[in-house]
Every structure is written in C-alpha cells, then in structure tokens.
Write a protein that binds this ligand. Structure first.
Ligand code: G3P
Length: 227
C-alpha cells in the first residue's frame, strides 16, 4: 500500500514526512487555497520537504487540453522530482492525458466516481486514477465498492494504472479500500493519526509501563550496565 498525504499544509507535510511511511503528497485547488500562500512558494516548499524521490501530485486549474498540457509542463519543470499532474476527468482532460503521455509526464486522473470513468482514464494512459470515496458515500452509498470494482476491472484488462483512492473521512473507509487491493490511498494528517491509534493500544502500553516501573523505576535499558 502506498500512503499519500492529501494536504497543502506545510506543518502537516513536515510532520507526516517525518513520522509516517509517506509515498508522497497530493494537493488540489481547495487544499492549496486554504493555505493562503503564494502558489509557487507553497508547492516548491512541499517538494523541498519531501525530497525529489517521493511523489508530488499537483492539480491543474486549466480546462482545455492544450492549456492543461502547457500547465503540466510548467509544473513539472518548476516542481521537479517525482511529479504527477492531477487532471479532473472530462473530454479535454482525456485529450490532455493522451498528449502528456507523449511528453513523459505522470498523470493522475481525479474526481472519479464510477468504474467506467476509471477504465476510460486508464485506457487513455493515466498512471493513477483517484476515486472519491467519502464524497460518493455521502451521496449514494458505497465508495469503497466503487474502488473494488475499479481494481477488478484493471486486473481483468491488465491495465498499467494504479488506483489512488481519495476523499476519506474515517479509518473504516481506508480499510475497506485496502481489502479491495487498491494500490494507494491519500489521506489527511488527522487520518494518519487515527489509523495508528486505538484505545486498547493505549491500555496495553500503560500496562507495560506500570509493570516495568514496578521493578526498575525510571531506569531504561540504556541505563543498565552490560555484563
Ligand atoms: O484530493 C481530492 C480528494 O482527496 C478530495 O477529498 O476530503 O475534499 O472529499 P475531500
């Protein structure tokens, strides 16, 4: 599983890059706008924090294929490293995907809500598709099921495209997507924390500490003389 951080927040990027096995960062215009920073300063600082090897997915704000391609080239040149342009699915978006394949620029087709959209995007040459799980759950039902069907379709057709499930609000949604075999998830910093936390883990650790303290007090293994 590839875990990505879905954020434009520099503190979140620094924190998750330090404490979690981060494969990269994804942003979108909403997340970027929330930070109220100069755009290039923000995306270049994200790249600076995560380094050149981790993936950085930045979304185009263009809607016409030639302009999407122009923006993608500029983004790749300016941001550098392991870069992917995110393109919302549309006719112009698909045309841009096919053009960008000629330019050897990585593409994530985003705002996916159906397996049919995903298969079309993958056939056009997308490297990733990003289905929106929670937004789907909010409207008609089972976003994780959509992810599962996309994974099945890609397996069946041998598509060279990974499923980057996005839009999560809880750990259960992430777990259901993982069960379906999706290749990657992009989640908020809060969800990274929620994923590793469990009240029974806290109880177990408190028990270990209490039992250790009852014999050794404040001493740790590093304090013991080696015999
Ligand atoms: O990056 C796109 C996706 O993650 C959107 O998530 O939380 O706005 O539904 P959300």
């Amino acid at each position: 599983m590839k875990y990505m951080l879905d954020s434009g927040n520099l503190a979140d990027v620094k924190h998750c890059n330090e404490f979690y096995p981060l494969a990269g960062v994804t942003t979108n215009p909403t997340l970027v706008a929330k930070e109220k920073m100069e755009f290039w300063e923000l995306v270049k600082e994200i790249r600076n924090i995560i380094g050149p090897d981790k993936m950085l997915h930045v979304q185009t704000v263009q809607t016409e294929a030639e302009k999407i391609v122009e923006e993608a080239k500029l983004l790749k040149y300016q941001v550098g490293g392991n870069f992917f342009v995110k393109i919302p699915i549309s006719e112009e978006g698909l045309k841009a995907v096919m053009m960008l394949k000629e330019e050897d620029i990585g593409v994530t087709v985003t705002a996916i809500f159906t397996p049919a959209q995903a298969l079309l995007a993958a056939t056009a040459g997308a490297d990733f598709v990003a289905p929106y799980v929670n937004r789907f759950d909010n409207v008609v039902g089972d976003g994780a099921r959509v992810v599962e069907e996309i994974v099945q379709e890609f397996d069946r057709y041998g598509m060279n495209c990974q499923v980057l499930a996005a839009s999560f609000k809880n750990v259960e949604q992430i777990h259901k997507c993982a069960l379906s075999g999706c290749h990657a998830v992009t989640i908020s910093a809060d969800l990274f924390k929620n994923t590793l936390s469990h009240p029974m883990t806290d109880v177990a650790v408190a028990g270990f500490e209490k039992d250790w303290d009852s014999l050794y007090g404040d001493q740790t293994i590093l304090d013991f003389e080696i015999k």
